[in-house]
Unconditional design. Structure first.
Length: 168
């Protein structure tokens, strides 16, 4: 039994430590890690489905179990989400938000970058990045291709001629 709890604790710790701290510029990566971690820990129910109706005296055992599972998912999800957000950012979201899905949505409103800012950053990286002659040229070319593909998803096309000229 002790071995099993050590494995669970180390697994939980590893999952939590894989979540980067939200810093305002890494929202997409942070959110992706939150969702993957909560999914792997089977705690994402509160993010996937709406809160079930409150329990009443007439609630069935199945309804009570489902509500308890959803409530546990919501509480733990909120704790894990808040753990990955610095205290100064957390104050921006009201303490009154007790639903993990709503909390994540509020964070997203405040920290998701606009397309223009991302395009600007990617173009700056694309035009200023140079191969130094040291290290793996393949990695450099892959980085540049990745930047171009990100720009393409933002509807900014870079021609192959320009790509070859800048990369070389």
């Amino acid at each position: 039994m002790q071995m099993n709890s050590q494995v669970n604790f180390s697994s939980i710790s590893a999952n939590l430590n894989s979540i980067p701290v939200l810093n305002g510029t890494n929202f997409k990566e942070w959110k992706e890690n939150i969702l993957i971690t909560l999914g792997c820990m089977d705690l994402d129910l509160a993010l996937r489905v709406e809160q079930p109706a409150s329990l009443t005296d007439a609630s069935t055992q199945d309804e009570k179990r489902y509500y308890e599972k959803w409530d546990r998912s919501n509480r733990l999800s909120l704790m894990i989400i808040k753990r990955g957000i610095p205290e100064s950012f957390r104050g921006a979201v009201s303490d009154e938000v007790t639903n993990a899905k709503d909390f994540l949505s509020e964070i997203e409103k405040r920290f998701v970058k606009s397309d223009k800012a991302e395009i600007s950053m990617l173009l700056k990286d694309f035009t200023s990045k140079r191969y130094s002659g040291k290290g793996n040229i393949r990695e450099y070319i892959m980085e540049m291709s990745y930047i171009v593909s990100r720009l393409k998803t933002l509807k900014i096309e870079i021609s192959e001629d320009v790509l070859v000229h800048i990369v070389l």
